[in-house]
Design a protein around this ligand. Sequence first.
Ligand SMILES: [Zn+2]
Length: 89
Amino acid sequence: MITHLDSPLSFESCSFHALNLDLLTVSGHRYLLSMKTRLICPACNSTEVKKIVYGYPIEGFDYDRFEVGGCCVTGQDPKYKCIKCESSW
Ligand SMILES: [Zn+2]
């Protein structure tokens, strides 16, 4: 099932608890953010890993710390992306 996140309000109306995600607030806008802290790439063992957030990025969004995963989530979306080898999991 694909859930389309088209507004900050949709974050609250969707049941994302099952995805083990939390909300990240950036400049008053909320983004889904994984709470897990396993930040080592399983493919290359790099620790240069970004968390992937889902939703619309806005001005001032911290692209250095977070990777934007888009506005659609399926429930099986990757939560992290490796900067070095670009694999995600
Ligand atoms: Zn890697």
